[in-house]
Structure formats: C-alpha cells, structure tokens
Design a protein around this ligand. Structure first.
Ligand SMILES: *Cc1c(COP(=O)(O)O)cnc(C)c1O
Length: 343
C-alpha cells in the first residue's frame, strides 16, 4: 500500500515552520506545570486506561452531559484509526470529500477496505452525493473546517447529511476552535454523528499527542473495547486535562491567530493570490502564475517551510499555516521577493 506522507518535521530552530498547522505559541504555563508534576509522579505505574480526569475536564469545558460522552486518544489520528477499525471491515468502504485529509484513505487501505472520494463542488460546496447511502458504505468522514481549504460546511447542512446516511458520519473538527460553529449539538440528536477533536492545533500540544472523540455514551463504550488498554500515557493525560482547564488562554490565542490569518490573507490577495476565506489556522492560496512549487522551494531555501500540495485530477496550491506576526511578515516578504524576481 501507499504510505501516508506527513508534513516535513525538520530539527527544531532551523526553519520558520508554517507547514503543519501547529500553534506558533507554546502551550499554557498550567500545562507545562502539569507535565512537570506528572513527570515526577509514579511513572512506574500504568496510566488510567480511560483518562478519567481528562474526560471530566473535556465534558465540563464543552458543556457535554458527562464524561461518558468522551473517548480519549493518542492524537485524533488514533481516534480516526479506532473509528475506521471499528466500523469498516474488509471489502466495505468509507467516503471522504476531495481534496481533504487523505490519511482516511490510508486507514481504509489498512483494513483492506475501499474508499470513495466525492469531489467538492465549485466554491468548496459539498455535493448532494456526499449524503447518499450505499450498501457497502460503513463510515463517512468530513473534516470541518476542511484541510487544505479552511472552508466550513454549516452544521445545518451536516445535520441533513447525517440524517440521509445510514452509517455513522465522522465530523473531524481538528480546526473547529478557529471557526464560529461546531457540530457538538448534533451528537446528542443523532447517534450516528461522531465528532473528533485534537489538542495538536489550537491548544499548542502537537508534540504531546492527544485527541478525543465526542459521541453518545453507548458508542463510546463500544469503541473503548477496541482501543489499546493504555492508549494515553500519564504525562499526556495530565497535560490534556490542564489544557481543557485553560479555556481563557485558548480564547486569547485563537483571537490572535485569527487576526494574523486575516492580515495574511489580505496581504496575499494584494500580491495577486486567490485566497480561500479560511475558518482555520491556515490559508489555502493559488497564484495566477501557477508557480506554487517554485514559491515553496524558494521559501524553503530561505528557511521558511510552507506546504506545497498537489491533488491529482484537481490541481495544486500552497497551504500556509498561521504563525506569529513576525513569522508571517518574514514569509510574506520572501513571497514578494520571489514574485518581484520572476517578473
Ligand atoms: C492535524 C489533523 C488531525 C490530526 O490531529 P492529531 O491529534 O495531531 O493526530 C486530524 N484531522 C485533521 C483534518 C487534521 O488536520
């Protein structure tokens, strides 16, 4: 099978890193203290298999009825693995929109299952075909906000998709903290709506590996049967619990990053880029010159890493993560320099 290729992770310090949608800010100080405290605790003991402290904190922060609506995972990628493993067997299939998060295809391949890509329509609209049921279809996955576009499908429309399918719909909300709406309310209404979240992006904890699922308690209980017994370690559980208690920090950082995103989008548009309006911590842009790969390489040579993405039968472009204002200024300057030189 074809491997999934994650974004480049060079040794720290060498690059301005705007390629994998990490938070440019370090996590809240309370999280660092929790990690230090956990590291001097009883690491000779196994962790709490269900990450109870985290589930309580997440339920409280998100206004869920209780911790039994939450399943913790070693990154939301692990949650996605558990979901595909749980719902999609050999010879069955899952569905994803295109272009979107292609890890889902790898997860299907691992199962000996097939995948069906439904292309977004003009303007990143979800076509009606996305909600059509089919006999062998066992799971539908929708990143919302989507990557690489940063666009969002309104929850009202997602409700209709979920109602018309007869298999579960996973709404991958990795970037939802940067958006104005989410699908948590749909989970209580429909057993088939499963929401995944991560602490890697908005909480600044990509290095810690923590994500979770929000689903009805009977769904969580079934999926818990197929996870590794100790899928989250003591230190990451402590970090993630403290992170869920840091909602003020989150609101502050999200506001700052969204402001930087707006500024970056405006500046890119002035340079002639077509910039898709984003509800996430990155923007997707294309330039009429089509010189996306050359821009990526020029920036890389100047120690600035952005993401060049090519989607067969669709096209290519650049995905630039929101960094600090200084990082974005450096990035914009080099792009301007490239465009000036290539005139
Ligand atoms: C980053 C990302 C994830 C993975 O998050 P982790 O919790 O770091 O595993 C999942 N889905 C999408 C769409 C992402 O962009």
């Amino acid at each position: 099978m074809k491997p999934y290729a994650p974004g480049e992770q060079p040794p720290p310090g060498k690059f301005i890193k705007l390629n994998t949608n990490e938070n440019p800010y370090p996590p809240p100080p309370e999280v660092v203290s929790a990690i230090t405290a956990a590291a001097s605790g009883p690491l000779n003991r196994y962790p709490d298999p269900m990450a109870t402290s985290f589930r309580r904190a997440a339920a409280e922060a998100l206004g869920l009825p209780g911790p039994e609506w939450v399943l913790a995972g070693n990154g939301s990628d692990e949650i996605l693995t558990i979901l595909v493993r749980g719902f999609v067997g050999e010879g069955q299939s899952l569905r994803l929109p295109y272009p979107s998060y292609i890890l889902y295809r790898t997860l299907a391949d691992i199962q000996g299952a097939s995948w069906e890509q439904v292309p977004f329509e003009e303007g990143w609209q979800l076509p009606a075909a996305f909600g059509q049921s089919r006999d062998d279809l066992r799971l539908v996955l929708l990143p919302n906000p989507n990557s690489p576009s940063g666009t969002i499908v309104p929850s009202q429309q997602i409700k209709q998709v979920a109602d018309s399918l007869d298999c579960p719909l996973v709404v991958d909300e990795a970037y939802v903290d940067f958006a104005d709406e989410n699908c948590l309310d749909l989970v209580a209404e429909n057993e088939n709506v499963l929401v995944t979240r991560t602490l890697s992006k908005s909480y600044g904890l990509a290095g810690m590996r923590f994500g979770f699922l929000v689903a009805q308690p009977q769904v969580v209980a079934e999926l818990a049967k197929i996870k590794d017994s100790y899928n989250c370690d003591t230190i990451s559980i402590a970090a993630a619990t403290a992170a869920m208690h840091s909602q003020d920090w989150l609101a502050e950082k999200v506001a700052a990053m969204n402001q930087t995103r707006q500024r970056m989008a405006g500046e890119l548009a002035k340079m002639g880029f077509d910039v898709v309006p984003s509800h996430a911590n990155f923007v997707w842009c294309t330039h009429p010159t089509g010189q996306h790969k050359a821009i990526y390489e020029y920036l890389k040579a100047s120690q600035i890493l952005i993401r060049y993405m090519e989607f067969p039968e669709w096209g290519d472009g650049l995905r630039i993560s929101v960094g600090t204002d200084e990082q974005i200024d450096a990035c914009l300057l080099m792009i301007q320099r490239f465009l000036d030189q290539s005139e």
